[in-house]
Ligand binder design. Structure first.
Ligand SMILES: [Ca+2]
Ligand SMILES: [Ca+2]
Ligand SMILES: [Zn+2]
Length: 475
């Protein structure tokens, strides 16, 4: 657990029709909560002390999967919430200022803009297996429904499959590192929930605005709630030890559940594990399975367009003799759209890439993660423990690199010929019940292939020339 603003930070979570949980590690408490129209809960703090500035600041447009059925809109520009969140007097969000590292919330610095892209990429990676567009583009603007923040809010709530994540402020109005309703994303709210702002959630970046892992993991976490997940917890028998599991801790090789506390682990991952639901004891929660089974239109997992069999291998795109890492990209996902197990590479798709090389030493690397910040370099926040094999065209494995490492490199000396590179998931090799899926790209260099057709032409031309010279001599 890392400390944010001098105290342990965590995410508050609100169950739409059940229980409000105010989450501070070690003293989780539950308070009965009934959503609107019965806002009868004790006031937990009034309004926001944030300055009313910075609303609607323009950010660079980024979209991870344009056209996907689900949208997670990351709103860094500031937002003025209209009314009481969920219709509850306990939740008076008021104005959230724009995301800011410095004291000026009325404009973005170059650092803040770079941080925004970094955070967007981190959240995009978490949702890379899913048909979700993580974007900084306001769908309400695209719909011409953004004359005011109140109109924007109405647009979000009345459209299914949208979440609006406000990233800014310190959250004094509710506490925790972020807050969201559970299971609201697939619905539209035009009846009892109308104007309650169910499609708006918050990540309180002001608590630690330069901690991009906190903000990125937090944004993925809150939207996990919107898509119907509760917390991944640690139990001893039926006794709750940590509501927010921090997995295997920190440092190289560490993993933690996105739906727990993944602020400090090497990887924050989707998990099968004991969840904490209404203090009733552990209930197994299979994160991606819940996503797929409870969000209409989200299934199936995405198809990255790379051949998934030997026979349908995709040619590795090249720049000369080097792999074109900008387009040699893919996403490894579970083979089942309702996955039941994390362990074993066979539970995930493989990507088959074909290439030709001349005789000699080649290099080929699979690098886990996205590369939207610097092409050819992994963005922070990669999820996949990638593995790599080189096969002959009959499918026999010639070389393999499959250590407990996110990225792998092979440097074989190959006879000239055609080969297949297979990228696949290590498949939770340590059996920790974390899904090993996510994006990757390839890098590498091959050896020039001899040009048989050109050489043949040369030979023919030479023979013809010799023949003609001979004829001339005779004549
Ligand atoms: Ca600023
Ligand atoms: Ca690996
Ligand atoms: Zn939470």
């Amino acid at each position: 657990m890392i400390s944010i603003s001098g105290r342990a930070s965590s995410y508050a979570v609100v169950f739409l029709s059940a229980t409000l949980i105010t989450c501070d590690p070690g003293r989780a408490q539950s308070i009965g909560f009934t959503p609107s129209p019965s806002p009868s809960q004790p006031d937990q703090g009034t309004g926001s002390a944030e300055p009313a500035v910075g609303q609607g600041l323009a950010v660079t447009a980024y979209s991870s999967r344009p056209g996907a059925p689900y949208t997670i809109y990351l709103d860094f520009g500031g937002f003025s919430f209209n009314g009481l969140w969920g219709g509850s007097a306990s939740y008076n969000p008021g104005v959230t200022p724009a995301y800011s590292v410095d004291a000026n919330t009325s404009s973005f610095t170059a650092t803040e803009l770079a941080n925004i892209k970094n955070i967007w990429s981190r959240v995009s990676e978490k949702y890379s297996p899913y048909n979700v567009n993580v974007t900084t583009v306001d769908p309400a603007v695209a719909a011409n429904q953004a004359a005011t923040d109140a109109q924007r809010q109405t647009y979000y709530d009345t459209h299914a499959r949208i979440m609006h994540t406000v990233i800014g402020g310190s959250g004094g109005w509710t506490g925790g590192g972020g807050v969201s309703y559970i299971g609201v994303t697939p619905n539209s709210y035009t009846g009892t929930g109308f104007s309650n702002g169910y499609h708006t959630n918050w990540v309180f970046s002001g608590q630690s605005p330069s901690n991009l892992q906190f903000i990125g993991e937090g944004s993925a976490h809150e939207n996990g709630h919107g898509l119907n997940l509760t917390h991944q917890s640690d139990y001893s028998g039926n006794t709750l030890i940590n509501e927010y599991s921090s997995g295997t801790g920190t440092g190289a090789g560490s993993v933690a559940p996105i739906m727990g506390n993944s602020y400090s682990s090497e990887r924050g991952l989707w998990k099968i594990g004991p969840s904490h639901v209404n203090s009733t004891g552990p209930t197994t929660q299979n994160d991606p399975n819940v996503f797929m089974s409870s969000n209409s239109g989200l299934s199936p997992f995405i198809n990255d367009g790379v051949g998934h069999t030997l026979a349908t291998a995709t040619s590795i795109p090249l720049n000369g003799l080097s792999v074109d890492f900008n387009s040699a990209t893919g996403v490894i996902v579970p083979t089942s759209n309702l996955p039941t197990a994390t362990q074993g590479g066979a539970n995930y798709t493989s990507d088959y890439w074909s290439f030709s090389t001349g005789a000699g030493s080649i290099s080929l690397s699979v690098i886990a993660g996205r590369e939207s910040i610097t092409a050819g370099t992994a963005d922070p926040g990669a999820m996949l423990d990638a593995s790599l094999e080189i096969l002959n065209t009959s499918g026999t494995v010639l070389f393999s690199a499959a250590s407990n490492s996110l990225s792998q490199t092979l440097l074989p000396n190959l006879p000239a010929g055609n080969y297949i590179a297979r990228v696949f998931s290590a498949g939770d090799p340590l059996g920790r019940n974390f899904y090993d899926m996510g994006s990757y790209f390839l890098k590498g260099t091959f050896v020039a292939v001899p040009e048989p057709s050109a050489a043949l032409s040369l030979i023919v031309a030479t023979v013809v020339g010799v023949f003609r010279r001979n004829k001339r001599r005779r004549s």
